[in-house]
Design a protein around this ligand. Structure first.
Ligand SMILES: C[S@@+](CC[C@H](N)C(=O)[O-])C[C@H]1O[C@@H](n2cnc3c(N)ncnc32)[C@H](O)[C@@H]1O
Length: 456
């Protein structure tokens, strides 16, 4: 097995770290942990390790002054509890390294490559083929002036995809890409596809590139941006910053695509809501799989309608769900209990308390008694067990879960007392009709044209 993550190269984002708490778990291979710690030592980073996030405050004391960096090394993505705890600690910087993403077998990658429009697209386990197809399509068809900017290439799969589409564009653009850690495979891909000239890469946080963007990009057709593809920092402050700094550069008719526009990343949803939906300069909002697409007004639309993909369910978009709930005639001025204290509810409530305060006032409690509840103590509405919530006599119980809604409905319908009080979102025909009627936010759930790509 070939390891794509080359720990012998110091990740650049460690360079300006002088103190760090390293949190790791048993499942992380010892050799990897050892290499990362050795790298920190070589860089002179004062650090302490913890195997339990609740011990962080004590270990902070052990390395002296308040330590603003927490490096999380885990095998898989962060579970809700760890994330909630990590957010509570509120480090200035939360750097996480997921070993599962580091060890990838190149042979497996090769087996899963697909050919689109005559181009062999590299496999990236971080994006389904349909999403790669859309990136390739946009690389080929977006014709606004300016360059392509990608934030977060990781292995470089999305970079190659954009670049191959861009090669077929009648007026190809220079591609800029920035990542705080360029993987060894990124460089391999650049070489293999001969992209060294077409792609200018920067190993630094996107915010550092933002500071010199005007001068750095100017000689290659910038600073205007034709296509902004954002898949970097998924936490609210990071993506918010990316949008605030780069959106003004997007040219008229230029496109923006955000990845991971799903419940699991409440920060992405909130930042998109604040910086894109509420930005009069943008239109053609389209949720496509895990992507949010928007186009800057003016210029011409992307030409050449194309049937792209299929999604059979409405998108996992709690912001749209909230909009629907807040206008629902049944729910006006009623006492509402939200069932579920997971990421979906977290996203929904972040937006509700910020932008729908009248509706937020009607939420009397959240129902969740599991360890995975990530909303405890974070919102004015208290978290209750199901029985205690039922005893407080809510008018309606709204199921706030994307993945588990059918199962939860089944479970709750067995309780006679509340059978008539249940409101599902994603299994609800009214919600589906609402989605279809939305003029500002379009969603795809059949093999229809991607609206913004329609021939004008
Ligand atoms: C989910 S991965 C991107 C996957 C890639 N687009 C693909 O499809 O293969 C996110 C990447 O963003 C990078 N990243 C996170 N925060 C960043 C920041 N502030 N600036 C630049 N890159 C960042 C990470 O290092 C990581 O490589």
């Amino acid at each position: 097995m070939e390891l794509l993550f080359d720990i012998a190269r110091p990740p650049l984002f460690f360079n300006d770290v002088s103190k760090a708490i390293v949190y790791t778990t048993e499942e992380v291979p010892k050799w990897l942990k050892h290499n990362i710690l050795r790298r920190l030592e070589q860089l002179g980073v004062d650090h302490a390790c913890v195997d339990d996030l609740s011990k962080i405050d004590r270990r902070r004391a052990a390395i002296g002054d308040y330590c603003e960096n927490v490096i999380l090394i885990r095998k898989k993505g962060l579970d809700a509890q760890t994330l909630a705890r990590a957010k509570e600690i509120r480090p200035e910087r939360l750097i996480w390294i997921l070993t599962e993403n580091l060890a990838v077998n190149m042979v497996e990658f090769r087996k899963r490559e697909v050919t689109v429009d005559g181009d062999r697209l590299p496999f990236t386990h971080l994006m389904p083929v349909e999403e790669l197809k859309l990136l390739h399509y946009l690389g080929k068809h977006v014709s606004a002036p300016g360059v392509i900017l990608e934030i977060g290439p990781h292995y470089g799969g999305s970079t190659v995809t954009l670049a191959l589409g861009n090669r077929k564009n009648s007026s190809p653009a220079q591609i800029f890409t920035v990542d705080c850690l360029m993987h060894a495979s990124f460089h391999r891909y650049m070489q293999e596809y001969g992209l060294e000239e077409e792609v200018s890469w920067f190993e630094m946080p996107s915010q550092e590139l933002a500071r010199s963007w005007a001068s750095v990009s100017e000689s290659h057709g910038g600073p205007a941006i034709r296509l902004l593809w954002v898949d970097g920092d998924h936490l609210y402050p990071g993506i918010k910053n990316d949008l605030v700094t780069f959106l003004p550069y997007v040219a008229e008719g230029g496109c923006v695509v955000l990845h991971d526009y799903v419940t699991a990343f409440p920060g992405v949803i909130q930042a998109a809501w604040e910086e894109l939906y509420n930005n009069d300069a943008f239109e053609d909002f389209t949720v496509f799989r895990q992507m949010l697409f928007a186009r800057k007004k003016g210029g011409s639309r992307v030409s050449g309608a194309k049937r792209l993909i299929q999604t059979s369910r409405p998108p996992n978009a709690p912001d749209i769900a909230l909009k629907w709930l807040a206008r629902h005639p049944l729910l006006q001025h009623k006492k509402i209990a939200l069932f579920g204290g997971g990421r979906h509810t977290e996203s929904l409530l972040n937006l509700a308390y910020e932008h729908y305060s009248e509706f937020a006032k009607t939420i009397c409690c959240l129902i969740d008694d599991s360890d995975a509840c990530c909303c405890s103590g974070r919102f004015p509405a208290p978290v209750r067990s199901l029985d205690s919530a039922i005893n407080s006599e809510p008018d309606y119980i709204v199921i706030s879960s994307y993945d588990h809604e059918p199962a939860i409905l089944d479970q709750l319908q067995a309780k006679k007392r509340i059978r008539d009080k249940l409101v599902g979102i994603y299994t609800n025909d009214q919600f589906h009709r609402f989605l279809a009627d939305q003029s500002s936010v379009k969603t795809l759930y059949s093999e229809e044209d991607f609206p913004a790509l329609a021939v004008q």
